[in-house]
Design a protein around this ligand. Structure first.
Ligand code: ZN
Length: 269
C-alpha cells in the first residue's frame, strides 16, 4: 500500500505547520505536504529541521505556477515567485513542487494565449528547477477551475507538456480533478515514470461549493482504489496525499480528521 501523507490544507483552519508535523508524528503518518502560506508562517529553515527531526518525508510543496497575467510585469512577478518556491522546495528536499498553472488573466478571453503563458513560464523556470533537483509536478485541475486557477485541465494535456519540456517535469494526479475523464485509463498508460505525486479526496453528490466541498475519501463517487491501481500500474510507488479543501472538515478537531483519514486510507487506497 502506498504510504500516507498529510496535505496541510486539510487542517488549515486549526493547525499551523508545526502542529501538522507533530500531528503526523503522533498518528504515525509518514509523509507531509505543506502549502507555502503555513511554511512562510513557520519559516523554511525551522520547518526543514522539524520535518527532518520527526522523520517525515516531504512529499510535495504546494504550490508554484499561476503564470498567466495581464501584462509583462505580472508575468515577471509570477516567475519571481516560482523561483522562490523552487528554492524552498530545494531546502525542504521536497519530492516535487506542485504546479497549479493558472487561469485566464482578468478580463481576458484568450485561453490559447493563457496556455502559451503557462508553457513559457514553465520553460523559463525549468533550468533553475533542474539545477536545484526539484521536479515540477504539473497538476491538471478539473475544467470547472479553468477560468481562474488552471487552464491545464486533463492528464493528456499535462503529459503533452511533460513530453515537450523534457527532463525535470512530471505530473501530479489528483483524483478530484481527473476521475471524470473518459481518457483517464488510456492516458495513464502514457504516464509511466512521470507521476510525481498522487492526491486523494472524494467527489460528493451534490457538491455545494466548487472549491471548498471536497469529501473524505470513501464518502463520494470516485473509484479511488481503481485509480490507485492505475497509478501503481504506471510505476508509481510513492506517497498518497489526503488533500481536503472542505468547510465541513475544517470545522472538525484535527486529531479526529487525521484519525479518520488514516482509517480511510487503509480502506480505499
Ligand atoms: Zn491536489
Amino acid at each position: 500500500m502506498k504510504p500516507l501523507s498529510l496535505n496541510t490544507v486539510t487542517v488549515r483552519e486549526k493547525w499551523g505547520l508545526a502542529e501538522c508535523i507533530e500531528g503526523c508524528a503522533r498518528h504515525g503518518i509518514p509523509g507531509i505536504s505543506p502549502w507555502r502560506d503555513v511554511l512562510a508562517a513557520m519559516g523554511v529553515d525551522a520547518a526543514a529541521r522539524q520535518i527532518r527531526d520527526a522523520g517525515l518525508t516531504l512529499t510535495g510543496l504546494c504550490r508554484g505556477g499561476m503564470f498567466p497575467a495581464a501584462d509583462a510585469a505580472g508575468r515577471a512577478a509570477a516567475i519571481e515567485d516560482n523561483r522562490r518556491a523552487i528554492e524552498e522546495a530545494h531546502k525542504l528536499q521536497a519530492r516535487s513542487l506542485v504546479m497549479v498553472c493558472g487561469g485566464l488573466p482578468p478580463g481576458s478571453k484568450d485561453i490559447q494565449g493563457a496556455r502559451r503563458m503557462v508553457r513559457e513560464g514553465l520553460e523559463t523556470i525549468l533550468p533553475e528547477a533542474r539545477a536545484a533537483g526539484v521536479t515540477l509536478g504539473l497538476e491538471p485541475l478539473h475544467p470547472m477551475t479553468c477560468a481562474d486557477r488552471s487552464v491545464l485541465s486533463t492528464l493528456g494535456q499535462a503529459l503533452d507538456l511533460c513530453a515537450a519540456l523534457g527532463e525535470g517535469v512530471g505530473v501530479v494526479l489528483d483524483v478530484y480533478h481527473v476521475w471524470w475523464d473518459p481518457e483517464l485509463s488510456h492516458q495513464m498508460a502514457r504516464a509511466a515514470g512521470k507521476i510525481a505525486g498522487f492526491h486523494i479526496c472524494d467527489w460528493l453528490v451534490p457538491t455545494t461549493d466548487l472549491v471548498f466541498d471536497r469529501g473524505m475519501p470513501g464518502d463520494g463517487v470516485i473509484d479511488i482504489s481503481g485509480i490507485s491501481q492505475m497509478v501503481s500500474a504506471a510505476g508509481y510507488d510513492g506517497f498518497v496525499e489526503v488533500e481536503l479543501l472542505s468547510r465541513r472538515w475544517w470545522a472538525e478537531e484535527p486529531d479526529e480528521v487525521l484519525r479518520i483519514m488514516k482509517e480511510r486510507h487503509a480502506r480505499v487506497v
